[in-house]
Design a protein around this ligand. Structure first.
Ligand code: HEC
Length: 222
């Protein structure tokens, strides 16, 4: 215990000439120390096994909620277009939703990393039905029924198709574990003309550019 007279007492032992004061840690410090030990199992049980949401789950929930919000904005745009789809490739909520749809519906034929299996490799520069996002969107929506690619319009909403299109767009140029050999023709996705580029459209305010409507207040990626 600390010496109330204000002088620290030397303890009796000595190691290699080093002596020690009897200087206990402050009470508040010790209490915090014990509090953390008590809190840890409660935290683990609550968050890892109980109803508590981990940070990653909360992020996912926010992304899902944001996707729901954007769904309406996107539908309000009416016609889907190449600039809108390109813009969605920059949108974390859309990509996260698109990835979920891809995992649920597409991996058995295109592989988890897009490397291809029954369906073609989606990561290379060779395309059977076009490299533009509008081409990919059309292939997903209408399918290629005679070749085993389902017309997803029957199973996925319009916005889901846009989200998974944007996700497929991000796969190109990645390196899958077991890439299927190229099918189709070598095609490069064209850069957008200046006027259609997502960040064109004038300074501030509502420019009426539909591609702007969906990017406001995108939460930053975690
Ligand atoms: C039952 C298997 C199957 C499933 C499931 C499937 N696909 Fe396909 N997909 C194919 C086949 C086969 C082709 C090639 C069609 C052809 O030969 O014309 C293809 C082609 C494509 C293409 C065009 C590739 C190119 O080279 O032009 C895209 C894009 C695509 N699929 C995306 C998707 C997405 C996204 C999903 C999930 C929503 C999906 N596919 C689910 C079998 C599948």
């Amino acid at each position: 215990m600390s010496n109330r007279e204000g002088r620290d007492e030397l303890r009796e032992h000595e190691f290699d000439g080093i002596k020690e004061y009897d200087n206990p840690l402050p009470r508040w410090w010790v209490w915090i120390f014990w509090a953390t030990i008590v809190a840890t199992p409660i935290y683990i049980v609550y968050y890892h096994f109980g109803p508590g949401a981990l940070v990653a789950d909360e992020y996912q929930q926010e992304m899902d909620a944001y996707y729901e919000l954007q769904r309406e904005q996107l539908l309000a745009l009416g016609e889907v277009s190449e600039p809108v789809l390109r813009q969605l490739m920059e949108n974390p909520a859309m990509l996260s939703a698109g990835e979920k749809i891809f995992i649920a519906k597409c991996v058995q034929c295109h592989a988890r990393d897009g490397g291809g299996n029954i369906g073609p490799n989606l990561t290379d520069d060779y395309w059977l039905h076009g490299a533009e996002l509008m081409d990919i969107h059309r292939t997903i929506r209408d399918g290629v029924p005679t070749k085993g690619m389902i017309a997803w319009a029957k199973q996925l909403s319009e916005v889901d198709i846009m989200a998974v299109t944007a996700y497929v767009g991000t796969l190109q140029g990645t390196t899958p574990a077991m890439p299927k050999p190229p099918q189709g023709e070598l095609m490069v996705r064209k850069p957008l003309p200046e006027a259609d580029a997502p960040d064109a459209g004038g300074a501030g305010g509502d420019t009426g550019d539909p591609s702007e409507a969906v990017t406001e207040e995108v939460p930053p990626a975690a």
